[in-house]
Ligand binder design. Structure first.
Ligand code: CUA
Length: 354
């Protein structure tokens, strides 16, 4: 019965395209849970009707008291328990995979802001309310919010993740079907929340390489970060090759850092972001608090992403995709400019903020 309904439901577009490697397994679990729920609903409802009729009150029939049956009660407790354990195990497996992007994933940075999605690529190019990815490549999005809680959702990929102000969230997917898919904000974030949408373009690898060959007009993400590093005076205390007033940043990315309170933390994106915005939150062993000014309100989330890209580029072991490319790219035609014209075509009058 359910199976015969599926084509009708799919045709009515209640079910989004399956356009990522994650979509099939997520749907399988969804239909398993939906199927079990439907079967149980029918069984319970039919039993209620059957017993209500069979044991209805009649004259001249005396009720016999039944004292219970251990066998029956154990059966209807243990069987559903096992079925739910399957749901739990299956769901936990998918959840675990969703939380752990492969190390070779292409990295893209997404900043949510009332009411747009700003996208930055490691090569320094950027676009608004649009994301271009090659088919068959795992893509990891590192997401931040500049104001309120947003939620990044691409139904065709079966991904959704809240983007919370104050820290990084990430989500990953492997697109497996070229095409154009809707991107939504799925958390009410103000009066133009409904307009905070965009498109994800999944391209054939060659088409993508062509599209990406433009490069960023202002250098790679790491080069943009390096310029900020000079501009904000970071370089006067964070010397690259000798000890200054602040820790040496070369080679620290994703390495353990000893703090003055005895803890050891990993210098990942979240740690670097916190240390830029609120340097006193974690003091490295052997250094003093209040040496570095805090940059909260001084730099945007996009600037923080650029600075982190620069610090990453100082760690040679980081995969190339996370280093922000590095090979020189011809400045024109700028991918950012093309992306901007696309964004403007979708939303007339909207400029790409620098
Ligand atoms: Cu952003 Cu809703």
């Amino acid at each position: 019965m359910l199976a015969s309904l599926l084509p009708i439901v799919a045709a009515a577009s209640l079910i989004a395209d399956q356009a990522s490697e994650q979509a099939g397994p997520v749907d399988a679990l969804f239909w398993f849970i939906t199927g079990v729920s439907a079967i149980m609903t029918v069984v319970i409802f039919a039993s209620i009707c059957f017993f209500a009729y069979k044991y209805r009150r009649r004259t001249a029939v005396h009720a016999t008291q039944i004292e219970g049956s251990n066998k029956l009660e154990l059966t209807w407790s243990i069987l559903p328990f096992l079925v739910m354990l399957v749901m739990f195990g299956w769901g936990a497996d998918l959840f675990y995979k969703a939380q752990n992007p492969p190390t070779n994933a292409m990295e893209v940075f997404v900043t949510g802001k009332q009411w747009m999605w700003k996208v930055q690529y490691p090569d320094g190019s950027r676009e608004i309310d649009a994301l271009h990815v090659p088919v068959g490549t795992p893509v990891k999005l590192t997401m931040a919010s500049e104001d309120v809680i947003h939620s990044f959702s691409v139904p065709a990929f079966r991904i959704r993740h809240d983007v919370i102000p104050g820290h990084y969230d990430s989500v990953w997917f492997t697109p497996n079907k070229p095409g154009k898919y809707h991107l939504f904000c799925t958390e009410y974030c103000g009066n133009q929340h409904a307009g905070m949408t965009g498109w994800v373009y999944v391209m054939e690898p060659r088409e993508y390489a062509n599209w990406a060959s433009g490069g960023g007009g202002q250098g790679t993400l790491a080069e943009q970060g390096q310029a900020l590093f000079q501009q904000f005076g970071c370089a006067t205390c964070h010397l690259l090759d000798q000890q200054g007033r602040c820790p040496i940043l070369r080679g620290i990315y994703n390495k353990p850092v000893q703090l003055d309170d005895g803890r050891t933390v990993i210098a990942d994106d979240a740690y670097l972001r916190e240390s830029i915005l609120d340097p006193n939150a974690k003091i490295v062993a052997g250094f003093q608090p209040d040496v570095m000014p805090h940059f909260k309100g001084q730099v945007t989330e996009e600037n923080v992403i650029q600075l982190i890209a620069y610090i990453k580029s100082l760690s040679p072991s980081t995969p190339a995709s996370q280093q922000g490319g590095g090979q020189p790219t011809p400045p024109t035609p700028s991918r950012a400019a093309r992306a901007a014209s696309q964004a403007n075509a979708a939303k007339p009058g909207q400029a790409v903020p620098r």
